[in-house]
Design a protein around this ligand. Structure first.
Ligand code: HEC
Ligand code: HEC
Ligand code: HEC
Ligand code: HEC
Ligand code: HEC
Length: 319
């Protein structure tokens, strides 16, 4: 049955069938009755054939190829790499396609999928002397469909399906390594800053509401800060966990300035030492109508840069 499927479809789709016969998949099927290669229905389904020209089909198409091309047993028989999907996804083209597929499966993508480079019904061996992609002009012609200005050495800008290694592509390898360390480091640092800032603000808010509350002896590790008054307020947090968020305000009169700051949320900079300077200085100058979120609660880091001109703070709101 497997080998007869294309002939059935060929009754009505003879042009495509003729192409398929010349492809690496189709010739293996007809010449060798190879059970490992796809017939029409492996890619299109049988009774559930959908329109293959939609954006959704295009986005999920790499998974159709990957079903066989990441299967180590099947690929081992032909000595083919099983890294083709992984390297494609890691590539600047493939990352976007897979993201789109997950987030908005109906969005058009202009990034190439497997068949933009390899062809559809006429897929060839890469070392085919006439049509294979290892022939430089053949590959360049594929690139030029989307990169019309591409010149002969353009494909060198791209790693193909190779995994960067310290030996073959040391520069790419070390740049990737660098970013693998840098980006988590940066994001982690930001997250810590934001968390510290949030805790500090919460503690400060409570402290302003309950100035008489005594500080318990053992608080959590205080953030590295020289913000003196905040330190005791910070330590007061665990003492009152069950306290509901808006408690009766006992200190209506006690600290008007703290009240204002609380209302506007502009009470200064995050507690972390390096960011304090300018932000703290300008914090109290921010007019009260500045939305609380804009004061940098979630932008602990960058607030350092924008704070000298409070009016210019981004007015996005996350509340
Ligand atoms: C390796 C997977 C694969 C195999 C095998 C395959 N197709 Fe396709 N086919 C595709 C893809 C992908 C598209 C969408 C191409 C596009 O969007 O340009 C497509 C498009 C089509 C279309 C509609 C678009 C057009 O070009 O007219 C038809 C009809 C079709 N295929 C029939 C067949 C038939 C018949 C066979 C068997 C002889 C077959 N296909 C084998 C992947 C495959
Ligand atoms: C009796 C004739 C006939 C046979 C046999 C046949 N098809 Fe089709 N097929 C059609 C017609 C007609 C269309 C509609 C073409 C159009 O809409 O432009 C079509 C459309 C398609 C499309 C595009 C679907 C779409 O929504 O645009 C695909 C893919 C396809 N056929 C695959 C196959 C496959 C795979 C087989 C074999 C299992 C097959 N066809 C067998 C007549 C046939
Ligand atoms: C941007 C173009 C491009 C895209 C996209 C692409 N390939 Fe390739 N592919 C190539 C080139 C070029 C080669 C030949 C690499 C070489 O020089 O050995 C290749 C080689 C291959 C090979 C042969 C591997 C081997 O062991 O010899 C397979 C199989 C393959 N690709 C499948 C895929 C699949 C599946 C996808 C999608 C997940 C895909 N390719 C996406 C360009 C592409
Ligand atoms: C049903 C399994 C299956 C599916 C689906 C499939 N392939 Fe293949 N493919 C194979 C097998 C098996 C071979 C090896 C055939 C041979 O060497 O005789 C092969 C060979 C290839 C080759 C030639 C590698 C070389 O240089 O020898 C390329 C390129 C390729 N496939 C790309 C694709 C792409 C792109 C898709 C998706 C559009 C796809 N394949 C879908 C099984 C599959
Ligand atoms: C289906 C269309 C398509 C094909 C085919 C294609 N690309 Fe791209 N490529 C894109 C798009 C879209 C971008 C993203 C451009 C941007 O974001 O500015 C891109 C980006 C790139 C970039 C990043 C630098 C840049 O210009 O933004 C390189 C390098 C690149 N492609 C190389 C290649 C090579 C080499 C080939 C052929 C093997 C190829 N592309 C084939 C669509 C394609």
């Amino acid at each position: 049955m497997h080998t007869r499927v294309p002939q059935i479809c060929a009754q009505c789709h003879s042009a495509i069938y003729q192409k398929y016969l010349t492809s690496v998949h189709g010739s293996a099927l007809t010449d060798e009755a190879n059970p490992d290669v796809p017939t029409c229905i492996d890619c299109h389904g049988v009774h559930n054939i959908e329109d293959p020209t939609t954006a959704a089909f295009r986005l999920k198409s790499p998974t159709i190829c990957a079903r066989c091309h990441t299967d180590p047993v099947r690929m081992a028989r032909y000595g083919l790499s099983t890294q083709v999907l992984e390297t494609y996804v890691a590539d600047f083209h493939g990352t976007t396609v897979t993201l789109f597929e997950k987030l908005s499966p109906d969005a058009e993508t202009n990034k190439p999928v497997c068949y933009d480079c390899h062809g559809v019904h006429d897929i060839q061996r890469i070392d085919d002397p006439q049509k294979g992609l290892q022939v430089r002009e053949n590959l360049l012609a594929r690139c030029q469909r989307c990169h019309p200005d591409a010149t002969a050495n353009f494909p060198d800008a791209w790693l193909s399906h190779y995994i960067p290694s310290a030996q073959d592509t040391p520069l790419v390898f070390s740049v990737r390594l660098f970013y693998r360390i840098l980006i988590p480091g940066l994001l982690g640092g930001m997250a810590i800053l934001v968390a510290l800032d949030w805790r500090w603000r919460r503690a400060r808010r409570r402290g302003a509401q309950q100035p008489s509350q005594p500080a318990p002896p053992a608080g959590p590790k205080a953030p590295p800060t020289e913000a003196g008054p905040a330190q005791s307020a910070e330590a007061a947090v665990p003492a009152a966990p069950p306290q509901s968020v808006p408690p009766p305000p006992p200190s209506q009169t006690s600290e008007p300035s703290a009240e204002t700051e609380r209302a506007t949320g502009t009470g200064g900079a995050p507690p972390s030492a390096p960011l304090r300077g300018p932000a703290a200085a300008s914090g109290s100058k921010i007019p009260p109508q500045v939305p609380r979120s804009a004061a940098g609660r979630s932008f602990a880091g960058p607030s350092k840069d924008v704070s000298p001109s409070p009016g210019g703070l981004p007015e996005t709101s996350d509340d």
